[in-house]
Design a protein around this ligand. Structure first.
Ligand code: 9MR
Length: 348
């Protein structure tokens, strides 16, 4: 009897070890040659063990989905609240992960006090400078890179977005923010993050020319963030083209907010059918493949998913859309798409 128990125990330990070893090679993050990231939420990390487990196990780069935005981190003119963002940073550092900062200046992430700021334009600029530099200095040596400005262009890319920053500081505000950011942390990788190039050639070209213009004028820009909130019906050609064209700048390319929507037309009764799952898998594979092929290795800053599992997605929370846009299902289990992408990257 004793012998039987010992043998079963040995078999159990052996299975566990084999599984542990196998599971390391079966991790997508170990099979890609660039950092694999996810944006996270501080409260979820704290309260949901599965969330914490998957974030830690599957990803080696971390972005705060919301907690570094101005409305969270700097809610009043003379008050910063770093507590939630700090807890994300602690989690990442403790587990040896890279931290990407998101985002210093964003029309939609701006705190109310700044939107309603009554001072002169010069005083407004000064507040923006103070914000950028205070946040960056707080995380100096911890946060590797920053989305300095997010969504600088208008929806279709035909002009600089009309927003509080362009109105108060002029259209050149982005260049100014990069200069301030560089001054605050000269080692930080500074990124301009944008969306929509996968469906707007005009926006793609506008982003590319801004990057070239900054390089020409020696504005300290080091990377371009391509959000890629992609829909199953977005054209393959334009997705690939986005990566090809932006790579020509020689800057680092970060796929910064990846998710693939299957209910892109927002149908209230949408069902996650097998054919949608298939289309979604193909899009994920296309993106990983295109990133490897179109972006030179030294420019590959990584692919970051916009949160962990389907039930964490902003699309359900913000837009109340029936969506399943990520690689983990509502129970934090890898979806078949995960294994397909893994298979694909292993075959390279
Ligand atoms: O996913 C984010 C959502 O939880 C927030 O309510 C929203 C406003 O702060 O921002 C979402 O994230 C956005 C990101 O910061 C910038 N690109 C677009 C993302 C989706 O709106």
């Amino acid at each position: 009897m004793n012998k039987l128990i010992r043998i079963s125990l040995l078999v159990f330990i052996f299975t566990l070890l084999t599984y542990a070893q196998k599971s390391e090679t079966d991790l997508l993050r170990n099979q890609v040659k660039f950092p694999l990231g996810a944006s996270v939420n501080a409260d979820m990390l704290l309260i949901n063990k599965l969330y914490h487990y998957v974030a830690n196990k599957e990803f080696n780069s971390i972005t705060a989905e919301n907690h570094m935005k101005m409305y969270r981190i700097h809610p009043e003119q003379n008050r910063y609240d770093f507590s939630k963002a700090d807890s994300i940073v602690d989690f990442a550092l403790k587990n040896g992960k890279r931290i990407h900062g998101h985002t210093l200046v964003w029309f939609d992430g701006t705190a109310e006090w700044l939107k309603n700021f009554k001072g002169t334009d010069m005083e407004f600029s000064n507040e923006v400078k103070k914000h950028i530099q205070t946040v960056m200095k707080h995380y100096k040596g911890k946060v590797t890179s920053w989305d300095v400005v997010n969504e600088y262009l208008s929806q279709n890319g035909d002009s600089v977005r009309d927003c509080i920053f362009s109105r108060r500081m002029g259209k050149e505000y982005m260049a100014q923010c990069f200069l301030w950011a560089h001054e605050a942390d000269p080692k930080a990788i500074l990124i301009y993050n944008e969306y929509g190039m996968e469906w707007s050639e005009k926006k793609l070209q506008a982003m590319k020319s801004i990057a070239f213009d900054f390089l020409k004028r020696k504005i300290p820009i080091h990377g371009l963030g391509v959000q890629f909130h992609v829909k199953t019906f977005d054209k393959e050609e334009q997705i690939v083209r986005t990566l090809t064209e932006l790579s020509k700048t020689g800057l680092k390319i970060h796929i910064s907010e990846l998710d693939v929507m299957v209910n892109g037309h927002n149908q209230p009764n949408a069902v996650y059918t097998d054919s949608l799952k298939q289309l979604q898998t193909e899009k994920f594979m296309l993106i990983f493949n295109a990133y490897r092929k179109q972006v030179p290795a030294k420019q590959q800053y990584g692919i970051t998913f916009w949160n962990i599992a389907d039930n964490d997605t902003w699309l359900r929370k913000v837009y109340k859309i029936n969506e399943w846009p990520l690689l983990f299902d509502d129970n934090y289990i890898r979806k078949p798409a995960y294994y397909k992408v893994l298979e694909k990257v292993k075959s390279y």
